[in-house]
Design a protein around this ligand. Structure first.
Ligand code: ATP
Ligand code: MG
Length: 510
């Protein structure tokens, strides 16, 4: 510890004997520390509560409250967020029992009277070094863990990092968000994270699966009804919008809503009021609407099956969850996460996947996305006999899917080197969500070179049907991003943060 660090380090000496107190203080001040003193246990606790103390040196025998009682109190703080100070106890000669008790109560070290001041100085230094190391480790651990997860959402890939940034950025707002992505990509998980990181977190989150409830019931489920509205309506019943008042409603599978209900939902979003079945007057509600779909709403709109005006109300901001096969970097962190969860649940001690199993997981295209991966890991944990998950613990359809030879397709199609290069560049660009800086870094090119190449491609458009399975990705068209990116309202292009698209006619922004 250098001088300036010492000058920032607050020590506290607790000692009832004035002469001893003075001696200790002088010696430690001479070493460069900041030193406060207390004449007894109670005063010591008082000072620690004020905060900032990193190390306490205390005598044991003191008239008002002895050092061990104080130690016990200090080491089990009321406010667990701040690490309690380390404690060095000064014990009387020969009282080894006291020393043992002190250590048990959480003292870091003890020294026995009589002692040389140098011994104390060394003990103090050791304790502080260890303390710093510990907080450094805790900090690093947090730092390492942070980028890969947002609460219980795991994601190392660029698109997931963008989702985390977006959730953080939206945390003070209540705009309506549309979450799109294939089945099992985590849409509901994201909806929950949006709610629980919003000012509405303390109010209710209500999830409604629009596809699971028959059309005839959905209206009364959503908006409620009044007694006598229909034969079976014997009492008033509040709908889910009322239940979610002040909070969030999550409308899942919104693409399945009938035209009649689309019109009613639009009214709710515009007027901020609902009309229960059989009610004479509408009722005000204050609900944030999150919705999700695995259908292509742009296509549904062009077919006339989904109202455009409703779409813009729901989709103030869109969160796009790409399929798992397009974010290969997430597979292993997710597999690890599900392994840990399954371990916790089952009590089975399985720590890892074998290399062979990992290779299979990475080579599989995951048509069922994260949900399928979760099921596969759970099943494997149930089956595994050793302390590792091997290929035999994986289901046959996963195991038997051989990783394709990445160049075989290119060879078969007789691609030239520059055609192959072009396809690969497009693929990486896609994987990085259109961000050219990141794509260039991943390709080992400087940005200028990448721009130049992209310009060349634009001047000489290639065969858009050409596609090789460079990875286990589904078919993508070369010059057009896949549908979910076409409809993306938040281009992840050069901006590090997505730019929310705000519907100018909407007053949903809070
Ligand atoms: N990034 C992720 N990190 C951790 N768990 C995830 C992640 N994405 C999905 N999951 C888990 O995968 C499962 C499926 O997720 P979820 O239900 O949110 O998907 P979905 O997109 O709503 O699917 P569907 O369209 O079929 O309703 C859940 O158990 C969820 O916890
Ligand atoms: Mg869902």
């Amino acid at each position: 510890m250098d001088k300036s660090e010492r000058a920032r380090t607050q020590l506290l000496i607790v000692e009832d004997d004035a002469a001893m107190r003075e001696l200790l203080t002088e010696s430690l001040v001479e070493e460069g520390y900041r030193v406060d003193v207390a004449a007894g246990g109670r005063a010591g606790i008082e000072r620690v509560r004020q905060g900032g103390v990193e190390l306490v040196v205390t005598d044991v025998k003191m008239p008002d409250m002895d050092g061990l009682d104080m130690l016990a109190e200090i080491r089990s703080p009321v406010d667990a967020s701040a690490a309690p100070p380390h404690v060095i106890v000064i014990t009387a000669f020969g009282s080894i029992e006291t020393a043992k008790r002190a250590l048990k109560l959480g003292a870091h070290d003890y020294i026995t009277k009589p002692f040389e001041i140098d011994d104390l100085v060394v003990a103090v230094e050791k304790a502080l070094d260890e303390r710093n190391l510990r907080s450094e480790v805790a900090r690093l651990r947090k730092e390492v863990a942070r980028p890969y997860r947002f609460e219980n959402i795991i994601g190392k890939s660029a698109p997931m990092q963008d989702v985390f940034a977006l959730i953080r950025r939206l945390s003070s707002s209540a705009v309506n968000v549309l979450i799109t992505g294939e089945s099992g990509t985590g849409k509901e998980l994201v909806a929950r994270a949006l709610h629980f990181n919003s000012p509405r977190a303390k109010r209710t989150f209500v999830a409604v699966n629009c596809a699971a409830i028959p059309d005839t019931l959905l209206e009364s489920e959503l908006f409620g009804y009044k007694r006598g509205a229909f034969t079976d309506a014997r009492t008033d019943r509040p709908g889910m919008f009322v239940e979610a008042d002040g909070g969030t409603i999550f409308l899942d599978e919104i693409g399945d809503l009938t035209p009649a209900l689309q019109a009613k939902l639009l009214r709710v979003l515009q007027e901020r009021e609902i009309r229960p079945l059989g009610a004479a007057r509408p009722e005000k509600v204050d609900v944030r609407v999150l919705s999700a779909t695995n259908r292509d709403l742009a296509q549904r709109m062009s077919e006339g099956a989904f109202r455009e005006d409703l779409f813009y109300r729901l989709n103030v901001i869109e969160v796009v969850l790409p399929p798992l096969r397009d974010r290969a970097e997430d597979v292993l962190p997710l597999a690890d996460h599900f392994l840990q969860e399954a371990e916790k649940r089952t009590g089975k001690r399985i720590h890892a996947f074998t290399q062979a199993a990992l290779k299979i997981l990475l080579g599989y295209p995951w048509p069922g996305n994260v949900r399928e991966l979760e099921n596969v890991v759970e099943r494997a944990v149930a089956l595994a006999e050793g302390d590792q998950i091997g290929p035999d613990d994986l289901p046959p359809q996963v195991r038997e899917r051989r990783s394709p030879d990445v160049l075989a397709g290119a060879l078969a199609r007789g691609l030239t080197l520059s055609e192959l290069e072009r396809e690969y560049i497009n693929r990486v660009l896609q994987a990085e969500g259109g961000n050219k800086t990141r794509a260039a870094a991943r390709l080992g090119l400087d940005r200028k070179t990448l721009y130049r190449k992209l310009e060349e491609y634009q001047r000489a458009p290639g065969d858009p049907t050409a596609e090789i399975p460079l990875e286990n990705s589904g078919p993508h068209e070369l010059d057009e991003p896949p549908a979910h990116e076409r409809t993306a309202e938040i281009p992840r292009a050069e901006a590090t943060m997505p730019i929310p698209r705000v519907d100018p006619s909407s007053d949903d922004l809070e």
